[in-house]
Design a protein around this ligand. Structure first.
Ligand code: PRP
Ligand code: MN
Ligand code: MG
Length: 177
């Protein structure tokens, strides 16, 4: 078990930022065919909240990729564990993430969806750690920038635990104890 140190982003902060992102996306994509693609598992919670803030019908799909495994540091290696089953050719794709850290996952996925001839590919994340970036990817809809702390909750895990916490917590990792 890891110790939860303190709340970094409250439930209320998350709710209000998700509403703002949903409003911006609704404005920008009105009249277009939009497919939200959530990157499992982390994005599951944000995706469920975000889609309900979009004011017109959207299609959704999920994809599972692995970059970190169960370790707390990135390997830089990305494999697709489960692909979407939606034909996104000619449609507007919005990749939905819980956290952008190095940016390597989304750099890879952005290239993949461009190759698949999506009409456009944009990125939406609820959390971003700009100080950790290795790939300089444009984040079209960025929720909250956070410092380089190990965080859990709102979909984010530590060794597959804590995804169900309603707020974002800083967790004490083994190296810090
Ligand atoms: C985390 C997070 C992002 C990715 C970001 O997922 O949810 O998907 O890492 O890292 P990057 O910007 O350095 O590529 P993780 O691999 O832990 O899988 P999970 O979502 O199943 O927890
Ligand atoms: Mn993830
Ligand atoms: Mg994870």
């Amino acid at each position: 078990m890891k110790e939860l140190r303190k709340v970094l982003v409250s439930k209320a902060q998350l709710e209000s930022r998700v509403k703002e992102l949903g409003a911006a996306i609704s404005r920008d994509y009105e009249g277009k065919e939009l497919v939200l693609i959530g990157i499992l598992k982390g994005a599951a919670v944000f995706m469920a909240d975000l889609m309900r803030e979009i004011t017109f019908p959207v299609a959704i799909d999920y994809m599972s990729v692995s970059s970190y495994g169960s370790s707390s540091t990135t390997s830089g290696v990305i494999t697709i564990k489960q692909d979407i089953n939606t034909d996104i050719r000619g449609k507007h794709v919005l990749l939905v993430e819980d956290l952008i850290d190095t940016g390597l996952t989304l750099q890879h996925l952005g290239q993949l969806f461009a190759l698949r001839e999506a009409a456009s590919v944009s990125i939406c994340t609820i959390l971003s750690k700009p100080s950790r970036r290795l790939a300089d990817i444009p984040i079209d809809y960025c929720g909250i920038e956070i410092p380089d702390e190990f965080v859990v909750g709102y979909g984010l895990d530590y060794a597959e635990q804590y995804r169900n916490l309603p707020e974002v917590w800083i967790v004490e990792t083994e190296e810090q104890q």
